[in-house]
Design a protein around this ligand. Structure first.
Ligand SMILES: [Fe+2]
Ligand SMILES: [Fe+2]
Length: 329
């Protein structure tokens, strides 16, 4: 009986370091509530028996930056937007591999603690597994209407192995960045464009609905992780975040090269060396905008990051971004 009494006393003591506060619990609970309300099924709600309309663009100009290529025809513009759109879906499938694994890992902190927080993270992981399945389906459907030869270069498990080798603080920072830019892209560029394939557009509408909760959970967990670290550990984690951004840049460089070669081979006409290098430069700038600069300029991301790091650490991150390229607007 004495042992039971001890356990009971332990169990009701929630004010230990790292405990979920009342206001945090409300945010986890709100994420669960919205997650249940917006939950969708890949076939019943998103695909609905449809195929892509290859007479329309996939990725909008606001993200593809293709209006900078004055020498391509409207049909070539459309094909390049479909190549970029296929890559866009594959990139999400890629990052969701490590995001799902990391969220499952950090849910451990709540296993025997706050069950609301644990449920929110389990739902998050479940949704990312579903999203990966959706993006695999999209790649197969895109392949049906595009010439053979497209290649998505990075391998999800290889990338996840590298990313998950970095500190949790850095992985959660990169994850919040990604889940915020997912929403910004939909609101600013995908939703307002009337010329996109309706199915492609719907995919990112439904994805956005579930990602909105993920960004809230990333922020909660990133702040909890940051509070656990010593200043020296956080300083090392800033180096990890910089290394992760450099790794993302390596991925987009390889994919911009691959997508340029695929387009040039399949376009059905020849391009001058100068035109080929302009196509490559535009794809690289577009991918850096999509996957690096649009996220790190997000006001919410800057606010959360700024609340955790010193001015000197902010300068290091800024300098690292500057060494990649000048951000496009
Ligand atoms: Fe997702
Ligand atoms: Fe997500």
């Amino acid at each position: 009986m004495e042992a039971v009494a001890e356990f009971t006393t332990e169990d009701v003591t929630t004010e230990h370091a790292g405990a979920v506060s009342g206001s945090e619990r409300n945010r986890y609970a709100k994420c669960i509530e919205v997650s249940k309300r917006v939950r969708w099924d890949i076939d019943r709600d998103v695909i609905r028996g449809r195929s892509f309309d290859f007479g329309k663009k996939f990725l909008p100009d606001g993200l593809s930056k293709l209006d900078e290529l004055a020498f391509i025809t409207p049909a070539e513009h459309r094909f390049l937007s479909q190549i970029q759109g296929r890559t866009y879906a594959n990139v999400f499938g890629l990052v969701e591999r490590f995001i799902g694994a990391k969220v499952l890992e950090i849910s451990r902190e709540h296993w025997l603690g706050d069950q609301t927080a644990m449920e929110a993270l389990v739902r998050f992981t479940d949704e990312e597994l579903k999203h990966q399945e959706l993006f695999r389906r999209l790649d197969a459907m895109a392949a049906e209407g595009m010439p053979a030869g497209y290649h998505f270069v990075p391998q999800p498990n290889e990338v996840a192995g590298v990313v998950l080798g970095k500190s949790t603080w850095a992985v959660l920072g990169l994850t919040l960045d990604i889940e915020l830019f997912t929403q910004a892209h939909y609101r600013a560029s995908i939703d307002p464009d009337p010329d996109l394939s309706p199915l492609w557009k719907d995919v990112f509408l439904f994805h956005w609905k579930e990602e909105s909760q993920h960004a809230i959970l990333d922020e909660l967990e990133w702040k909890r992780e940051s509070a656990r670290l010593t200043p020296a550990e956080r300083d090392e984690a800033v180096n990890d975040l910089i290394a992760l951004v450099a790794a993302v840049d390596g991925i987009v460089q390889a994919q911009a090269q691959s997508d340029t070669e695929y387009f040039v081979l399949q376009a059905g006409r020849s391009f001058t060396a100068r035109q080929r290098s302009e196509i490559h430069a535009t794809l690289l700038e577009a991918y850096r905008w999509q996957y690096i600069f649009s996220g790190v300029q997000d006001a919410r991301f800057l606010e959360v990051l700024g609340g955790m790091i010193t001015p000197a650490q902010g300068e290091r991150i800024h300098a690292a971004l500057g060494s990649i390229a000048s951000p496009m607007s």
